[in-house]
Design a protein around this ligand. Sequence first.
Ligand code: ATP
Ligand code: MG
Length: 459
Amino acid sequence: MDINLAEGVGIDAQSVVTGRGCAIGQSGSGKSYLAGVIAEGLCKAKMPFCVIDTEGEYGALKKVFNIIVVGGDNKDIDIGVDFHSLFEASIANDIPVVIDLSDSMDKVSVANSALEALYKTEDRERSPYLVIIEEADIFAPQIVSSRYNVVEEISVRGRKRGIGLFITTQRPAKVSKNVLAQCSYGFVGKLTIENDLNAIRVLFSDRGRLALVTRLEVGEFVPFGTAKEERFKVKSRISQHSGETPSIWNVVQKNSRKSSIIGMLMGQGTTEEKAPKSRGIQEIDALHMAFDKEAATRYAERIMKRKFIIFGDATEKIGAVELRYLPFGLCSIRIPTSRRNEYLEYACLFNRRYELTKVGERIGYLTATDAAKHPKNSYKEYLIKGGLSVDRIKAQKEEVINGRMDMKRIKNSVMKFFHSAALTDLKIIYIPIYSITLREGNRIRVFTIDGLRGKPIVT
Ligand SMILES: Nc1ncnc2c1ncn2[C@@H]1O[C@H](COP(=O)(O)OP(=O)(O)OP(=O)(O)O)[C@@H](O)[C@H]1O
Ligand SMILES: [Mg+2]
């Protein structure tokens, strides 16, 4: 799978994950932006990586992708996390990690302990994993010293263990030559300091290209060892523009897997589910739940991977079976047909991102007189038709996912999806779902099933 960097410019994700590359350029040339585009590509390709993020610039990835942020303003977990367990979980679950050092006093020692933990974990796992290091001149400086440096170690000996490296730097002249010389591909942005131009000369077989770099604009790079283009302008990032709207099921699944991992890292709920501390009761209108927690647990037992070892133990364990209520806008809409005075009625559901998630079966034709007689009944008929009913229930507050939906925004979405429709009724309802976490060592699988019929919800 290719990571797209610009129109017609791509690099192979697999080669990035296990290779050695760099982005070089003066301050503001667009290195972090480019590294961010690569990180987004890896997220899409579901390839795990970690970023040593000195400025707290990668937390925005969280808006769109399933990543764990350690430290900084966007943190999911504190910087004091046990890095060994963190990387074990990251590798086992293909979940990227951002280590935000923006508010760490001693960035070098935190980064070193993280990278040493990764190196040790990969000694055992040997699973493809990329490390992106911002401001590599800080972490792998060019000093004449025989002192052990973990970034050098990774760049020289990491490959056997499956670790790839991608560094960024403003000052290539100040980065360890051992690290720079390992880079078989990279991108050079605007650079004018003579020393730095000299330092990267070794990376270019085509010296003519090197002359270009003093004249580049922000976001423009001259590639070496990869794309054929002489230069290119890096495309826009997804996570800053939030162009992607993940589906509702995706979001549930995504967040529950992540929170299970974070719970595990914080030493909570390792095997036994802990009863949540009650934060109170919320009254909601929910679709009638036919599939209870016991049934959900039985379902979990059925899908558990059973590898019988000597004593006949199942190696996968149930981490948690959690009931959640997801809000939806249930709408009745009336669409005029080509015949005058005749309408079609539908029920449809909008998720909490105001996306249309389901259009119910057609409920029927209505004449204008019928329509006037029944100003608002179609979604109710839809529920009856589907054998569903809405109950007013008392739910635990922590079971209710992100309560509020804005009626006005639902109305706008209806108009967007069905131009000529009239919205005849609208009700916020909650659908019960179960999030099932299965755990095998540090590997976590999360399934979501609905609480109506116990059907798995496919992402
Ligand atoms: N391809 C691009 N498209 C749009 N904006 C860009 C692009 N590349 C960079 N920018 C913008 O230019 C500014 C500087 O980019 P960036 O932070 O990536 O620079 P940098 O090379 O990492 O600098 P520093 O070395 O100081 O960290 C940012 O505001 C960024 O949003
Ligand atoms: Mg930067």
